[in-house]
Ligand binder design. Structure first.
Ligand code: DX5
Ligand code: ZN
Length: 218
């Protein structure tokens, strides 16, 4: 059985108590940090100064998800902050290969994110440049949305391409992941699961993480 990774999203946490909120998910594999600029997505969350402090205090690695325009310009600073994994959107990057190499050269893992309407095929030849592929399972911008089943065929095609390539690329899904939907994403081939409301909306976030981990393992 492959044990899956659960990365809770602090977008659903109490922004006035982030340090305490991190300690509630210390059994997670990483903390997913959603950076939004109100341009790439119609919502504003947090930016580099907050991520720098989270990096200093977090007991688990940071998985930054940059939902920002001009990723080529802004993403390297997150790697410079020491963030373990920096994911930018394909739709927001002019030169994704160059950017991935810059992130890796700065010591971070590089992730490539795709909105639900963006096909995976144009990016398959560059999989070797990335440590992770993130397939959004909702339109990015907000927590608490419903999982889009129409993304399942894309997850399957991505899994087949990764396995066929022999590369070690994680396949992350983000949006609407709950105890009910995680089976479908796992069956399609995802192995890293972001969950915001399903973890922080639970009475016991650590317990919710363990339940998701069991459900998402295959
Ligand atoms: C959405 C964010 C997600 C969000 C997930 O744009 O990228 O990480 O926090 O929240 P849930 O799990 O509630 O859909
Ligand atoms: Zn996210």
């Amino acid at each position: 059985m492959t044990k899956c990774c659960i990365n809770p999203s602090i977008l659903s946490a109490d922004f006035a108590n982030l340090e305490a909120e991190l300690s509630r998910i210390s059994n997670a594999d990483a903390v997913h940090v959603d950076v939004m600029d109100n341009h790439f997505v119609p919502n504003l969350s947090l930016g580099l100064p907050v991520v720098q402090r989270l990096q200093e205090i977090s007991p688990i690695p940071l998985d930054a998800h940059l939902m920002i325009e001009h990723a080529d310009r802004w993403a390297p600073a997150y790697a410079d902050a020491g963030v373990a994994s920096v994911t930018f959107h394909a739709e927001a990057s002019i030169a994704p290969i160059k950017l991935a190499r810059e992130l890796r050269a700065r010591g971070s893992k590089a992730g490539l994110a795709l909105r639900p309407g963006t096909g995976v095929e144009p990016f398959l030849d560059m999989l070797g440049e990335f440590d992770m592929l993130l397939i959004m399972t909702v339109e990015p911008g907000f927590g608490g949305q419903e999982f889009l089943d129409l993304t399942l065929p894309k997850i399957r095609r991505a899994r087949a391409a990764i396995d066929g390539s022999g590369l070690k690329v994680a396949l992350q899904v983000d949006g609407g992941i709950t105890a009910d939907t995680i089976f479908r994403a796992a069956e399609a081939g995802a192995d890293v699961f972001v969950a915001g409301s399903a973890v922080y909306g639970a009475t016991d976030p650590a317990d919710a993480i363990e339940q998701l981990r069991v459900a998402g393992s295959r």
